[in-house]
Design a protein around this ligand. Structure first.
Ligand SMILES: C[S@@+](CC[C@H](N)C(=O)[O-])C[C@H]1O[C@@H](n2cnc3c(N)ncnc32)[C@H](O)[C@@H]1O
Length: 258
């Protein structure tokens, strides 16, 4: 068993296989990538994805197993689903496949995303479903109180620090009903050095960008998953489990609201 084996589930991070098949090579590759990028200013988040909207779904197929694994953990009786950073809705496509194969109803979905061009693709793919997307940032748009059975976020929140995530996780906790679950599938660092390297990358390129201080930029800031789990618990979640999704450097965190 290694990180490419999906659905290894544990509350204890130390029980997981290493996040990378070759941690040293991953660190060297990340270092080479960062060095190649340092002279470029950071790109604003929505602009980054808008420029790349053509072929976006095809590009993201490298994460294909994580959509299926994440969607498979959405409770079968989920009637209301919050999708944070839904983009073109690849996780919703996976959920749709499951609902069809099991002959069950697709939930009412509220998405949040700041890239209009990707959201337009989502609406085009699912004209027949009860999906409403709020255009804006999940840090600030209202998420509601005890409205959702489940919240999901796939490959979106690795652009933010743990300090920024604490208030966001509290808002997600509040938006869930008691007994609800937050499924956070994301890119995580394999070691402290990777975190430090990516944070330095962020700091240098963010400073070069001629953007307002509160603008979001697209630079990966993967965190250590066990520290992120601690932040989820500090936000109120009673139990957090880790689940492998069959993709290197990616985990699903399953955070339960009692
Ligand atoms: C890599 S895409 C992932 C989209 C989709 N979940 C998927 O896996 O295909 C990241 C998405 O997060 C969105 N995003 C990033 N920061 C955001 C924020 N603060 N509020 C709302 N959406 C955000 C981007 O607009 C983008 O659509």
């Amino acid at each position: 068993m290694n990180i490419l084996t999906p659905n290894i589930i544990t509350e204890n991070y130390a029980d997981l296989p290493p996040l990378r098949l070759d941690t040293a090579k991953n660190l060297a590759d990340t270092r080479a990538y960062v060095e190649g990028m340092l002279s470029r200013p950071a790109e604003e988040m929505a602009e980054f994805f808008t420029v790349r909207e053509n072929g976006y779904d095809e590009h993201m197929q490298m994460f294909a197993p994580c959509y299926d694994v994440t969607a498979s953990h959405i409770p079968a009786d989920c009637r209301t689903l919050l999708d944070l950073g839904c983009g073109t809705g690849l996780e919703l496509d996976a959920l749709d496949r499951i609902c069809r194969s099991e002959n069950r109803a697709f939930p009412r979905v509220v998405g949040v995303d700041m890239t209009e061009a990707l959201v337009a693709q989502l609406y085009k793919k699912h004209p027949d479903k009860d999906i409403t997307v709020t255009l804006g940032s999940y840090f600030t748009v209202p998420l509601g109180e005890q409205e959702f059975d489940c919240a999901v976020s796939v490959e979106s929140m690795h652009h933010f620090s743990l300090d920024e995530k604490l208030p966001l996780f509290r808002r997600i906790y509040d938006a869930l009903r008691p007994g609800g679950i937050f499924l956070l599938c994301d890119y995580y660092a394999a070691c402290e050095e990777e975190v430090a390297l990516c944070e330095e990358h962020f700091r240098i390129r963010r400073a070069k960008a001629a953007l307002s201080p509160d603008a979001f930029v697209h630079i990966d800031r993967p965190q250590l998953a066990y520290k992120e789990a601690e932040v989820l618990r500090n936000a109120g979640f009673s139990r957090v489990r880790f689940c492998t999704v069959g993709v290197e450097g990616t985990l699903l965190l399953m955070a339960e609201k009692a």
